[in-house]
Design a protein around this ligand. Structure first.
Ligand SMILES: C[S@@+](CC[C@H](N)C(=O)[O-])C[C@H]1O[C@@H](n2cnc3c(N)ncnc32)[C@H](O)[C@@H]1O
Length: 260
């Protein structure tokens, strides 16, 4: 222990996932900061993920997962041609409410440029955003509720590194993500690079675990095959979250036992 450190000991304790009130996730401020317009980093994520979904014939995937969907609709749109059913797993009551409202009453107009980009990259997507999103079911729950092997493909965007300060918990969440797909199933993820715990608007501090490419390789190389990681430059049109960019990952769950 550093005895010269003036901070009280309690401040050193890593905040775990259960220490944050996810039901109080600030949907309106989060959307305003990140998704009310198409930012360069969204364009990068959409190009990356679209190439993966495009590699499947329409409706080739029986069931896919969006883990920690939050109020972000574009990962759900991207799955709308290849996947026959998308489970949007999300623990926060506020996010579940937002997602259900979007699915029942139609997506906010601000999502249209996102859908236009998704469809321009994947012409197999239906003409209307509502049709693409009709494959989505909102499932309240956390990564702990995942059934191993259930999905053909799992996607996770800005979740494992953005929901805990505890590295072991980050690793466990990534391992559950890997196990959620059947052997041979596909994994698709994005991570904020080197992001410390963060605020949305003027709200509370949310727990995060700074990760870089080496961290991701350390966690995923043992559990997957075909691991590929690419980096997007820091997006300076977003609020200052303290990150250094975005890391995009694709991999497969090995055909044998894995993900432990
Ligand atoms: C930074 S947000 C990312 C939301 C969304 N995926 C996106 O792309 O913007 C983190 C999300 O993870 C969810 N979350 C928190 N703890 C979780 C857990 N244990 N399992 C799954 N999701 C969790 C939060 O409710 C929140 O929606």
């Amino acid at each position: 222990m550093d005895r010269t450190d003036p901070r009280p000991r309690a401040e050193h304790r890593a905040r775990r996932n259960r220490d944050a009130d996810w039901n109080a996730w600030p949907v309106v401020d989060y959307l305003a900061e990140n998704y009310r317009r198409l930012h360069p980093c969204d364009v990068g994520v959409i190009h990356h993920h679209s190439a993966v979904y495009r590699s499947y014939a329409p409706a080739a995937l029986d069931r896919t997962l969006e883990l920690g969907a939050g109020p972000n609709l574009y990962p759900l749109m991207l799955a709308g041609a290849a996947s026959r059913r998308v489970d949007a797993l999300e623990p926060s009551a506020a996010n579940v409410r937002y997602l259900r409202h979007q699915l029942v009453h139609g997506a906010d107009d601000s999502w249209q440029p996102f859908y236009a980009l998704c469809r321009s990259l994947d012409p197999a997507l239906p003409e209307s955003c509502a049709d693409a999103l009709s494959r989505v079911r909102v499932v309240p729950g956390t990564a702990d509720d995942l059934t191993p092997g259930r999905y053909d493909l799992a996607s996770m965007n800005f979740v494992a590194e953005s929901v805990t300060e505890d590295f072991d918990e980050f690793t466990a969440l990534c391992a559950a993500f890997v196990r959620s797909v059947r052997p041979g199933g596909r994994l698709l993820a994005s991570f904020m690079e080197q992001m410390p715990s963060y605020r949305i608007g003027t709200g509370p501090v949310w727990p995060a675990c700074p990760v870089d490419e080496a961290t991701l390789r350390g966690v995923f190389a043992l559990r997957t095959t075909g691991l590929r990681i690419v980096r997007l430059a820091k997006d300076r049109t977003l609020p200052e979250y303290g990150d250094t960019g975005v890391l995009l990952l694709t991999a497969e769950r090995p055909e044998g036992p894995a993900g432990e």
